[in-house]
Design a protein around this ligand. Structure first.
Ligand SMILES: [Zn+2]
Ligand SMILES: [Zn+2]
Length: 269
């Protein structure tokens, strides 16, 4: 059994344990399949508790946290922190602010690429817990009433399995006790992969791509949109526009990685 398969088996046992089995059985499960880092596969010194990421990987992921633009989450020089930055000054976003764990590069880039695959669902869950733990203050300052994941078109979801941003949102919600609404936002149609398009085409590609299910009342609701990566912000902005038209009073974006360079090609949102 390779590392991702073992992580996947551990996660299944853990989920089963969390819902149905007493802690003693969970401890036995941990003995049977000792938890390992969901990124590098190294055994964990303190098994059993999320995020299941070793100290070395954790340090590498968190090393990127630095001053960022409050509007678009792009990194900025400590002396240049203001209400916006050169990257977003000329852009119109429907969301009010954005937060990111780090920049889409090095180990965080590798993690985001893996999170697109079904085999690495345990990594996605662990990254959600890490994001919530390390950015709890900034997230709580936004006082979100609801976490909403950026949805995937149903056909794509069927092919891929679970939608990664849903897993991220649930992990963040369970860590910080914030409600998640899995089916509130939905994709009305299939869209082209944003990373293959020019910035101006990206806006057109996602225009009117989302809908809000009528059973939800979003009046005066503060929503936090969750995704794995944000590059131009076109997808997040369209999702935010849809939520605000449905009554949301404030929409913030929370992502694992902010794509700001050439490394983002092929994956951008
Ligand atoms: Zn590791
Ligand atoms: Zn900015």
């Amino acid at each position: 059994m390779n590392a991702p398969q073992r992580a996947s088996a551990c996660e299944s046992l853990r989920r089963l344990g969390g819902r149905w089995l007493p802690p003693v059985v969970q401890a036995a499960a941990d003995l049977l399949l000792p938890p390992a880092c969901n990124f590098c596969g190294r055994s964990l010194e303190r098994p059993g508790s999320q995020p299941l990421i070793c100290m070395e990987c954790r340090d590498a992921f968190l090393a990127q946290i630095g001053p960022s633009c409050p509007r678009c989450a792009a990194p900025v020089h400590p002396f240049e922190v203001g209400p916006d930055c050169p990257r977003c000054r000329k852009r119109r976003y429907a969301f009010h602010s954005a937060l990111a764990l780090g920049i889409y590069r090095e180990r965080l880039r590798e993690a985001v690429i893996r999170m697109k695959q079904r085999l690495h669902e345990p990594l996605t869950i662990s990254m959600g817990h890490l994001l919530a733990e390390s950015m709890s203050e900034a997230i709580q300052q936004e006082r979100p009433d609801l976490l909403v994941a950026i949805p995937t078109f149903w056909l794509k979801r069927l092919r891929r399995g679970v939608n990664g941003p849903d897993l991220l949102a649930e992990a963040i919600g369970s860590t910080l006790s914030i409600r998640t609404a899995r089916r509130l936002l939905y994709c009305r149609r299939s869209t082209k992969k944003q990373g293959t398009l020019l910035p101006v085409e990206r806006l057109r590609n996602v225009r009117n791509a989302f809908g809000v299910r009528k059973s939800y009342d979003l009046a005066d609701c503060r929503v936090m949109l969750v995704d794995d990566i944000m590059t131009t912000g076109a997808t997040a902005s369209e999702a935010a526009r849809t939520l605000r038209r449905a009554g949301a009073s404030r929409v913030t974006v929370l992502v694992v990685a902010r794509g700001v360079g050439a490394d983002q090609r092929g994956l951008g949102h």
